[in-house]
Write a new protein. Structure first.
Length: 134
């Protein structure tokens, strides 16, 4: 991720994921619990695991993940992350459950996730969400 980029605030209902800072600067993460019934962000403490240690944070509190460290996000934990300003670009890795981006991404912020593309060539290697178009 380039410094100045960040993910939009979102959560998953199925997928759990480990976000790993592989190289570069620090990653900042902000977390909120999402209500499973309504999707509303809750004003409750967020419990996560960071490198095998359970940690508790206030909603929206800035968390720093240093190079070589990770944070585990469970379903219904809404999250934003990106390079911490002033620390440089980051190489971010994710290890997660298999999921369908069309059905398991719930965005708190409005986003244009999948742009329509007018293809001028047939797909050589279609993505899973493109198989129905062939």
């Amino acid at each position: 991720m380039k410094e100045g980029q960040r993910l939009p605030n979102h959560y998953h209902v199925f997928k759990s994921e480990d976000i790993i800072n592989r190289a570069g600067g620090d990653i900042y993460v902000q977390l909120w619990n999402a209500d499973p019934q309504t999707g509303a962000l809750l004003d409750t403490d967020v419990h996560v695991w960071m490198d095998g240690i359970e940690r508790v944070f206030k909603p929206g509190e800035k968390i720093i993940v240093k190079k070589g460290n990770s944070i585990t996000l469970s379903p219904y934990i809404s999250h934003i992350f990106g390079p911490e300003p002033g620390t440089g670009d980051c190489v971010v890795g994710e290890v997660s459950k298999v999921n369908d981006d069309h059905t398991d991404n719930y965005f708190v912020e409005p986003v244009s996730r999948f742009a329509d593309i007018e293809e001028d060539e047939p797909a050589l290697h279609p993505l899973c969400n493109e198989c129905a178009k062939i």
